[in-house]
Design a protein around this ligand. Sequence first.
Ligand SMILES: NC(=O)c1ccc[n+]([C@@H]2O[C@H](COP(=O)([O-])OP(=O)(O)OC[C@H]3O[C@@H](n4cnc5c(N)ncnc54)[C@H](OP(=O)(O)O)[C@@H]3O)[C@@H](O)[C@H]2O)c1
Length: 287
Amino acid sequence: MNILITGSSGQLGSSFNELAKGNKDHSFFFTDKGELDITSEEAVRQFLKHHEVNCIINCAGYTAVDEAENDPLGARKLNVTGAYILASAAGNTNALMVQVSTDYIFDGKACRPYNESASTNPLSSYGRSKLDAELEVLLNARRSVIIRTSWLYSPFGHNFVKTILKKGAEEQRLRVVYDQIGSPTYAPDLAEAILALIPVLSSRVRGEIYNYSNEGVCSWFDMAVAIAEMAGLPCEITPVLTKDIKSVATRPHYSVLDKSRIKNSINIDIPYWRDSLRVCIDRLLKS
Ligand SMILES: NC(=O)c1ccc[n+]([C@@H]2O[C@H](COP(=O)([O-])OP(=O)(O)OC[C@H]3O[C@@H](n4cnc5c(N)ncnc54)[C@H](OP(=O)(O)O)[C@@H]3O)[C@@H](O)[C@H]2O)c1
């Protein structure tokens, strides 16, 4: 299969880049906005005219959750219009469109993990744009799959793990919320799961949704404590309530994803979040 990765310099895109080096089953085209701006219909049309693409994995996105509150149009342009343009182009060429989505489409009022048919109710501009992106993909691609994930981190780009490593080395005390509960996802694990899922999808798959995160559940506070312990940071981490910190966007208090569906579909062991976190931290400390 010839797979187009958009947003290839981001966390997930870079993880696919590494995975591709040992993969003989597929050919990959890696593009970030310099090579292919997904908000340009003409650029996407031209790209697909000149490259034979059977599958698009959209790793591009406006992922700055707080910034999206003050820039809802910017978030929509990249997340919704970008997804629409890619999905329409995929529809025209019959390519499989893989859209990556988020736990922030939920309001967090549940008290059990969200399965793929759970009701959505995003609380933020970012979450709304990602939910609308799902709808654009569903409506416009002939063959499509949506992968919802949560709390993505990796050795690449910006993420919570890198922030705690940096702040924990600079400051004596950190305050981290303990009333937002979810499951971290190591981007290389997610990339591997997506590549394992593609071959088992039916040739007529349309708008099917799969959840993926690492195993286990924690709060951001638990995760920060784990990062500090694993990296040997001397800082003290204090648990605080969301209402006691300044945050522009509203985030769900609970956004654990139920992974039964993907576990029943592909034969992979999903790593426990602390195990993947250790892999990431070891790698970051070595670099
Ligand atoms: N990060 C999370 O915690 C999280 C959680 C759940 C779901 N997700 C979803 O997972 C997916 C991947 O997230 P990520 O963390 O890997 O994202 P990321 O690191 O922010 O990467 C996104 C990439 O898209 C690029 N991009 C920006 N504008 C573009 C354009 N017009 N055309 C093409 N590329 C463009 C960015 O370039 P610049 O950096 O130069 O702008 C960046 O390289 C996204 O769909 C996101 O919504 C993320």
